[in-house]
Design a binder for this molecule. Structure first.
Ligand SMILES: N[C@@H](CCC(=O)N[C@@H](CS)C(=O)NCC(=O)O)C(=O)O
Length: 268
C-alpha cells in the first residue's frame, strides 16, 4: 500500500496512526500542498476532493476520506479490533468521528493554514492565484485558498475558530460519561480515539490549559501518546513538523533547480 499524506495534516495523521496500530507496512508518499501536488490530475484520480490523505492499494485501486480508510483497514486487518463490537456503540463512534470531520477540521484548518500555507500563498501573483484556484476541485477549499492568499483570517476569526475547536472537549467528555472510559468508546482504544488524537495534539499546543482543565482528557492524552503507534505515526509538534517539512522541500527544490538549466528551472 502507498499512503499519500501530509505530515501536518490531521486527516493523514489519523491514517498513519491506524496503520501503526495495525502494524501494517506501507510506502509513505508525502504531498507538497504548497505546490498543489494534491490537485494534479493523477492525484485527483485517487481523491476527487483534492485532499490528503489517499491510500493506493496494491491492486491499483485507491481510497480517500480518512475515516473511511481507517474502517477499511480495520476490515482487512481485524486485529487488534478498532471498532466496538456493539452496533449501537459503533454508530455512536461514527457520529463522533463525523462531528470531528464537520465541526473540528474546518476550524483547525483556519488556524493551521494561517501558519503553514499563508506565507507562501500571499506571495503568489494574481495570475498564479487564478491558475491555482482553477485546479482546486471544491468550492469550499477554493474559498479557503483564496482567503489565505488574499484575505488572511483575522485574529477574531482565529479566536472563534479556536473556541469552536475546543468544543471537542465537551464531545469527548460526553463519550467518557456514557462509556466509562478510559478510552472514548469505553475500555478499548478505537477509531474514535484515533480520530481525536490529531485534534487534541493541536489543542495541547494552541491552548494547553484547556486540556489541563479536563482531567479525564489529560489522562486520555497521556495514555494515547504512550502507545507505540503514536511515535510510529510521527505525530510531531506542529512547529517541529513544519520546519522539518519546509527544510526538506527547500533542499528538494534546490536539488531540482541545480539539476535543471536555469532557463528551464520551474518558477515557484
Ligand atoms: N474529510 C477529509 C478531510 C481531508 C482534508 O481536509 N485534508 C486536508 C489536510 S488535513 C487537505 O488536504 N488540505 C489541503 C487542501 O484542501 O487543499 C478526510 O478526513 O480525509
Amino acid at each position: 500500500m502507498k499512503l499519500y499524506h501530509g505530515w501536518l495534516s490531521s486527516a493523514s495523521r489519523r491514517v498513519r496512526l491506524c496503520l501503526a496500530e495495525k502494524g501494517l507496512p506501507y510506502e509513505s508518499v508525502p504531498i507538497d500542498m504548497g505546490r498543489q501536488e494534491h490537485h494534479s490530475p493523477a492525484y485527483l484520480a485517487m481523491n476527487p476532493n483534492g485532499q490528503v490523505p489517499a491510500l493506493r492499494l496494491d491492486d491499483g485501486r485507491s481510497l480517500y476520506e480518512s475515516s473511511t480508510i481507517c474502517e477499511y483497514l480495520d476490515d482487512i486487518c481485524p486485529q487488534p479490533p478498532l471498532r466496538p463490537a456493539d452496533a449501537y456503540a459503533r454508530a455512536t463512534m461514527r457520529n463522533f468521528i463525523r462531528w470531528t470531520d464537520e465541526k473540528a477540521l474546518p476550524n483547525l484548518l483556519i488556524l493551521n493554514w494561517s501558519i503553514a500555507l499563508q506565507p507562501g500563498a500571499s506571495r503568489w501573483s494574481d495570475e498564479e492565484l487564478a491558475a491555482k484556484l482553477a485546479r482546486v476541485p471544491t468550492a469550499e477549499r477554493r474559498e479557503a485558498w483564496s482567503r489565505i492568499a488574499r484575505h488572511p483570517y483575522t485574529e477574531e476569526e482565529k479566536r472563534q475558530a479556536l473556541a469552536k475547536l475546543l468544543a471537542l472537549m465537551t464531545e469527548m467528555e460526553q463519550l467518557f460519561a456514557s462509556g466509562g472510559g478510559p478510552w472514548l468508546m469505553g475500555p478499548d482504544y478505537s477509531l474514535a480515539d484515533i480520530a481525536a488524537v490529531p485534534f487534541v495534539a493541536r489543542i495541547t499546543e494552541l491552548a494547553p490549559d484547556a486540556v489541563q482543565r479536563h482531567a479525564r482528557i489529560a489522562q486520555w492524552w497521556k495514555r494515547a501518546t504512550e502507545r507505540p503507534a503514536f511515535q510510529q505515526a510521527r505525530i510531531e509538534r506542529f512547529d517541529v513538523a513544519l520546519s522539518r517539512v519546509q527544510n526538506q522541500e527547500r533542499s528538494e527544490k534546490q536539488g531540482v533547480d541545480a539539476a535543471v538549466p536555469a532557463a528551464q528551472a520551474p518558477q515557484r
